[in-house]
Design a protein around this ligand. Structure first.
Ligand SMILES: [Zn+2]
Length: 146
């Protein structure tokens, strides 16, 4: 399915990131990334962000990336161009399995919250601030953060 005519691999005016389009994880529908949305209007499928990787490659030099702080924001060319609200999420270590050769385990417990969820929350709070939102809600097993 071709990308919408209005979404031709340009730098997103809201985020500054070279997003080509959103793609529905259920039906494959391609949606305009200029429109803030999180779910497919046809079937409520989650949306994947599809980047223009040629533009990302042109913006990111390997030595620049290596010199940046050790956090998920090191790879900012693939993240929205927003001021991060962060506790230092990401860049968690890979640990060699003691029992299985050639098996590596990502230690997400090294995140500030002790969970992989820290990455998504960092991005959610960053974008909420970016859009000027004053209240946040988040579904969570056993509780709700407001
Ligand atoms: Zn869909």
């Amino acid at each position: 399915m071709p990308a919408p005519q209005t979404q031709s691999a340009t730098v997103d005016q809201v985020t500054g990131t070279p997003i080509s389009y959103f793609e529905c994880s259920k039906c494959g529908e391609r949606l305009d990334a200029k429109v803030p949305q999180t779910l497919c209007p046809k079937d409520a499928g989650s949306l994947w962000v599809r980047y223009d990787l040629k533009q990302v490659r042109a913006r990111a030099e390997r030595h620049d990336i290596a010199s940046r702080t050790s956090s998920m924001w090191r790879y900012r060319e693939l993240l929205p161009d927003a001021e991060p609200v962060t506790l230092g999420e990401g860049f968690t270590p890979m640990l060699a399995s003691r029992k299985r050769p050639n098996v590596w385990i990502k230690d997400e417990g090294a995140n500030p919250t002790g969970s992989f969820k820290a990455r998504g929350l960092c991005m959610a709070v960053t974008m909420a601030k970016h859009y000027g939102l004053k209240k946040l809600g988040r579904a969570q097993a056993g509780g709700r953060l407001v």
